[in-house]
Structure formats: C-alpha cells, structure tokens
Ligand binder design. Structure first.
Ligand code: FAD
Ligand code: NAI
Length: 469
C-alpha cells in the first residue's frame, strides 16, 4: 500500500508560547512545519494580552509611584512635580508588544515555519481546515491556550472600559477613581497594583478566606499584609453576585461567601479575574475523535499525546499550571517526541512568580502540600531584614523559605517574597532539578552583597544556624 503523504509533517494550532516554540523546535529538527493562528499577530495570550503588556505596565507604574511618592528623596534624588502621561505609558507598552510579536514572525521566517492565518478546526485527525483551506499533517499539536473565565451575571465590555477583563484592564483610557477586583488571584494583584500605583483606590473581593490560592501559606499571609499596607482594601470570604452599570458607574453587589446580607459597592472600573478556561470551542475535536474533560481540558500522556494517535496537546489547554514557561517547555518536549527523541517536562518543578512589588515566587511543594504528602519537614526561613544588600537598597520586605525533608534534607520547595523573588527562584528551581539538599545550597558560595545571599542563609536556617539574624 502506498504511504499516505501529508502537506506538513507537523501542524501546530495556536502560536502562544506553547505553539510558537513547538513550531520552531519542530522546524529545527528538520520537520516541515506550519502554525495556524487566528489572531492578527503571533505570540498568543502571553505576548499580546498577557505576560508582556502586564509586565510593561507593572514596570512603568512602578517608576511612576517611586517618583510620585517621594520615596526617592531619601536617596538624595529630588524630582519635581510628577505627572502621569497615560497615553505615553500605553504607547510604550504597545511598542514592546509589537517588537516581541514581530520577533516571533521573524523567527518563523528564519526557521521556515509557515504561518497559516485563520481559525483552525479538525476535519479528521490529520486534516485541518484553516480559514477556507484544508491542509493535512502527519502530526497535529493543539496549543490553543485559554481565555478569560466569565462570571455568570456579569457582562464584560472591554470597549466600554467599566466592566472589563484582563485585556480591558491593560488598556483603560483613564485611571479609575475606584476599581473593584473580582478575584484576589494573580491577575487581580498584578493589574490591581498597576492601577493603584497610578492613583486608583482598589478594592479586592475574594471568595476564599485568603488571597492567592495555590501559593505557600506564609507567602499568602505576608503578601496580604504588604498589599494591605500599600492601600488595597481586601474583602475576603466575600462573593460577587452581580454587577450593573449605571451611566459611568458600576454597582457591584456582594455578599458573604457563606451566605448572608448583601451590600453594594460603587466603582468606576470592575476587573473580572476569577481564572481562565481552556480554548477548545470551534476546534471540532469530535471530528478527530477527541473528548475534553468536564472543565474543557484535553488530557495527554507524558509524551503530550492525546487519546488519538498523532494528535498532541500542550500549554493552557492541558491540565496543569497555566503559565507561559510551562507551555514553552512542553513545546520543546513535544517537538522532540514527534521527531523521535525524548522530550520530558518535570511538572513538579515549575516556578511561578507574581510580579507585584515585592514579587512573590515559589517552586516545588508548599508547606501545606509537603505535609499532606506525608513528609516530616525541616524549614529554614530568612528575612530580607538580615540581608545587607536589601538593607542598603531599603528593600527589606519579605523572606526566603526553604522546605526540606527532615530525614534526607532534600529540598522539597522554595518560596520567596522579595523585590527580586522572580529572579531568585531560578536558582532554587535549578538546585531542585539537580536533587539538591539544603546543605548543598548552604555550602554554595553566593556573591556579596546580593539578595541571593538570603537563599544561602535560609538554607543554613534549615539546620538552625543562619549567620546574619
Ligand atoms: P496562548 O498563549 O493562550 O495562545 C494560544 C493561541 O492560540 C492564541 O493566540 C489563540 O488566538 C490561538 N488559537 C486558539 N484557538 C485557535 C484556533 N482554533 N485556530 C487558530 N488559532 C487559535 N504566564 C506567565 O508564565 N507569566 C506571566 O507573567 C503571565 N502573565 C499573564 C498576564 C495576563 C493578564 C494573562 C491573561 C495571562 C498571563 N500569563 C502569564 C499566562 C500565560 O499568558 C499563559 O499561560 C500562556 O500564554 C499559555 O500559552 P499557550 O501557548 O498555551 O496559549
Ligand atoms: P486565579 O486562579 O489566579 O485567581 C482567581 C481568584 O478568583 C481565586 O482566588 C478565586 O478564589 C477567586 N474567585 C473565583 N470566583 C470568585 C467570585 N465569584 N468572587 C470572588 N472571587 C472569586 O485567576 P486569575 O487571577 O484570573 O489568573 C488566571 C491565570 O492566569 C492564573 O492562574 C495564572 O495561571 C495566569 N497568570 C499568571 C501570571 C503570572 O505568572 N505572573 C500573571 C497573570 C495570570
């Protein structure tokens, strides 16, 4: 029987950090590769309306707050009256996004990845309709990502600029006087911080008793304390039951999560950020013989292959942490697997970072998870108050917490709250990937004076012998 021929060796659906990385790696491995993307620009949620624009605004708003709050004066830096030019701040964000999405287009050309412009839907496991054209591929990678989870009874209108989701909150036309965040997770804290720094009063309504679900308990507590000090008003244990818009105002109705009397909060911007849902609508998965879980996710094995041969899935559309770097690593691994190699992602060691001020970061197990898994623990904590560089820079909020197994000393998790937490967590992830004990970290020479020395001190604290506290 003649072998079936295909238009492409690999077709990737979606060009987010999962999809574009998978496409580039597949092409590097000599496979004829195409990537279908329905957006006008490449890069997915991350580059267009996620990681990159949010970090651009976090960076710019931090400068604004530093200059406007007078906090630079103690360093002998006097700034005159600070004025906000929001249009310019947005323009710089848009420029950064354009450079990065254009960069992916350049990388596609360089690596000979074909961009098929349009929405993709399965006709069968090897045939995909993109726009009006049907193409065939030996292997298909679904990397369609996720989008904002809607809240029943709350209508988002990003153009109206009053009830918005994360995409709308990245482009508000003016600083709201009062912004209500529905959800005290990552997006709420990052984008709430942006608008608070620029002058908004911010109220965060969180269903659970504590903000930031999934993070280590100590980090959640310390974060809540610091953000409260910065002026965010937290209404935990509270749920939003409805939002109505009256003229230029939104009326948010809330009640205790456990039930009770409702009350209303008036705001001029409401950010709905209660999580994200996988993008599978319109993919016609049934035609490929695929089903989703109850939450709409696509299940895969350790090779990222779905229940259907030659159909793979990676990133936000697959169960696990919805993070760009996880999607990227899966993109590389799946391409390696398709090319006949061995692509592995260690899902137990995926760092996560919240880019507030200070930042919060964690990798591995939280204390709660490690206890639940039956480990006896030895925990070392070191506050930045005892770190010379942090003291010199006047950035002493936060700590490093290292969780080790008491018997083996193997590091199970590291959690940091610090202005540099996002940078410092890389060391912890690498140490854990190499199977480090806390003693290995304690015996590693760390440059002085750096915030990283707090990691070494926390490791020494596991045995009760830090030097500087
Ligand atoms: P996506 O990036 O969602 O890309 C999927 C792409 O597929 C999209 O471009 C979509 O248009 C396309 N697509 C979908 N269906 C089809 C179809 N049928 N045909 C053609 N194309 C299709 N993560 C971090 O790690 N760090 C951060 O700092 C961070 N910040 C964030 C800030 C915000 C405001 C948001 C919303 C998210 C943030 N994230 C962050 C999460 C991160 O953006 C996602 O985890 C990541 O983008 C997932 O990558 P992905 O490749 O799976 O999917
Ligand atoms: P999230 O899951 O982080 O937080 C949602 C919060 O909303 C939770 O605390 C939840 O208890 C609460 N909530 C749910 N329903 C509610 C209701 N009816 N009323 C009040 N509170 C309610 O989701 P978020 O912030 O939308 O972010 C989505 C995902 O995007 C993140 O989980 C993360 O994967 C990704 N992301 C990552 C970033 C990073 O890595 N720095 C930045 C931004 C997003």
């Amino acid at each position: 029987m003649a072998e079936q021929t295909f238009d492409y060796d690999v077709l990737v659906i979606g060009s987010g950090p999962g999809g574009y990385v998978a496409a580039i790696r597949a092409a590097q491995l000599g496979l004829k590769t195409a990537c279908a993307e329905s957006r006008d620009t490449l890069g997915g949620t991350c580059l267009n309306v996620g990681c990159i624009p949010s970090k651009a605004l976090l960076h710019a708003s931090e400068y604004f707050e530093e200059a406007a709050s007078g906090s630079l004066e103690k360093f002998g830096v006097k700034v005159g009256k600070t004025e906000l030019d929001l249009d310019q701040m947005m323009a710089e964000k848009t420029k950064a996004v354009g450079e990065l999405t254009g960069g992916i287009e350049y990388l596609f050309k360089k690596n000979k990845v074909t961009w098929l412009k349009g929405r993709a839907a399965f006709e069968d496991a090897h045939s995909i309709k993109v726009g009006d054209e049907t193409v065939t591929a030996q292997s298909v990678i679904i990397a369609t990502g996720s989008s904002v989870m809607p809240l029943p009874g709350v209508e988002v209108d990003n153009d109206g600029g009053i009830v918005v989701d994360s995409t709308g909150a990245l482009s508000l036309p003016k600083v709201p006087e009062h912004m209500v965040l529905i959800g005290g997770g990552v997006i709420g804290l990052e984008l709430g911080s942006v608008w608070r720094r620029l002058g908004a009063k911010v109220t965060c309504v969180e269903f659970l008793d504590q903000i930031l679900p999934g993070m280590d308990g100590d980090i959640r507590k310390e974060g809540a304390k610091l953000f409260k000090k910065q002026g965010i008003d937290f209404r935990t244990g509270t749920k939003v039951t409805g939002v109505t818009v009256e003229g230029k105002k939104a009326i948010v109705t809330v009640e205790p999560a456990k039930g009770g009397d409702s009350e209303t909060i008036e705001a001029d911007a409401v950010l709905v950020c209660i999580g994200r849902k996988p993008n599978t609508d319109g993919l016609n998965l049934e035609a490929a013989g695929l089903k989703t879980t109850e939450r709409g996710l696509i299940e895969v094995d350790e090779r990222f292959e779905t229940a259907v041969d030659d159909v793979y899935a990676i990133g936000d559309v697959v169960p696990g942490l919805m993070l760009a770097h996880r999607a990227e690593d899966e993109g590389i691994a799946v391409a390696d697997n398709i090319a006949g190699g061995t692509g592995i992602v260690n899902h137990a060691i995926i760092p996560s970072v919240v880019y507030t001020h200070p930042e919060m970061a964690g990798v591995g197990m939280t204390e709660e998870e490690a206890k639940k898994a039956g480990h006896e623990l030895a925990i070392g904590k070191f506050p930045f108050m005892g770190n010379s560089r942090a003291k010199t820079n006047r950035e002493t909020d936060g700590f490093v917490k290292i969780i080790a197994d008491k018997e083996t000393d193997r590091v199970l998790g590291v959690h940091i709250i610090s202005v540099l937490a996002g940078t410092l967590i890389a060391q912890a992830a690498q140490a854990m990937e190499f199977g480090a004990t806390s003693e290995d970290i304690a015996l590693t020479c760390h440059a002085h004076p750096t915030h990283a020395e707090a990691m070494k001190e926390a490791a020494m604290a596991v045995r009760g012998k830090p030097i500087h506290i």
